[in-house]
Ligand binder design. Structure first.
Ligand code: BTN
Length: 317
């Protein structure tokens, strides 16, 4: 497509002036056509400056864009972007119910109208201020996945990705995979598996990541302190690319749990008294560690318990 070709050219010459003639001859189309394509790109959120006698300069995009995400992606993800979707996880499930997906893909949206989190909670997903993305990872027939480790690994990879745009921010993890900054939740991760009903085996994983980049207006009734990372503007497309690249550095060997040392360092819970809601009971105790399967190790005063799933509902600092 000519728009993609022009955009590629711009991306490869970001912040450089390119004359209309140069662009027209590189794409073998007329200057009028270049002008029309530039108008289309601007309408879909790309910032392009124009100056008499200098031409056009590509600045970046306020919107998510497949080509911008793929430009520095070192891993084999198909990318789909949306201005608005009900939920990227729900969309991924719809896709999986219609087609078999052989390669990993990622769905990224600028706004969700029905973003949700664990335990059916709403994940507030306003326009322009966050990243709402779902990775879809096909699972091979004989592959066994480790739910505890994939979730903890995704949290560590997401922090690695975010650190590249926010090097001075102190990110912390709250078990299992909530990301906090200044004691406020800035990101949540929802991992779901999709069954192949014929084979009675999970056929794909959907890992949804929601990040509040810079919104500071959250509804009051969210049940926990919610915040945004920083007022500083960042390149959202680059953040998505960085997270995907970091995810894929850990994914091939995640079952070894080698990243758990870093998970411990990032944890805001170690040595703190907490209350955990499991599906059976409310348990209180001191967090002493996380094991190499991502389980939380709790000292309840009488014994040491290892907890696989649950929700930390209170932390005493
Ligand atoms: C949680 O905090 O409980 C998990 C929140 C997960 C939110 C993300 S945003 C992208 C994807 N789509 C959704 O509807 N949920 C996940």
């Amino acid at each position: 497509m000519q728009t993609d070709q022009l955009l590629n050219l711009f991306i490869n010459h970001k912040n450089e002036w390119l004359s209309g003639n140069e662009l027209a001859s590189k794409l073998s189309i007329s200057r009028t056509m270049i002008w029309k394509l530039i108008r289309n790109l601007k309408q879909s959120g790309h910032q392009i400056e124009s100056k008499k006698n200098a031409g056009y300069k590509y600045i970046g995009s306020n919107n998510f864009d497949r080509l911008l995400i793929q430009k520095n992606l070192h891993v084999p993800f198909d990318v789909q972007t949306f201005n608005e979707v009900d939920s990227t996880n729900t969309y991924a499930k719809k896709l999986l119910s219609q087609n078999k997906i052989a390669d990993p893909m990622v769905i990224v949206a600028d706004k969700q109208t029905a973003g949700h989190g664990r335990r059916g909670r709403e994940f507030y997903s306003p326009k322009d201020t966050g990243i709402y993305m779902s990775m879809v990872l096909p699972i091979k027939d004989n592959e066994v996945f480790d739910g505890g480790l994939i979730t903890t690994m995704t949290a560590v990879a997401t922090v690695h990705g975010l650190k590249q745009s926010y090097p001075n921010v102190n990110f912390q993890l709250k078990w299992v995979n909530d990301i906090y900054v200044n004691n406020k939740k800035v990101s949540g991760i929802l991992t779901e598996s999709v069954m192949d009903v014929e084979l009675m085996h999970p056929s794909a994983l959907i890992i949804g990541i929601g990040i509040n980049l810079n919104s500071n207006h959250f509804p009051k009734n969210m049940g926990r302190p919610i915040g945004a990372i920083s007022d500083n503007k960042v390149d959202k497309n680059k953040v998505v690319t960085d997270i995907l690249n970091e995810f894929y550095k850990l994914y091939p060997n995640y079952q070894k749990g080698e990243f758990m040392d870093e998970y411990r360092d990032l944890s805001m819970l170690i040595n703190h008294q907490v209350q955990i809601e499991t599906h059976r009971a409310l348990i209180t105790g001191k967090v002493v560690d996380f094991d190499h399967h991502g389980r939380l190790i709790l000292d309840d005063g009488n014994e040491t318990k290892s907890i696989m799933t649950g929700e930390v509902v209170k932390v005493h600092f």
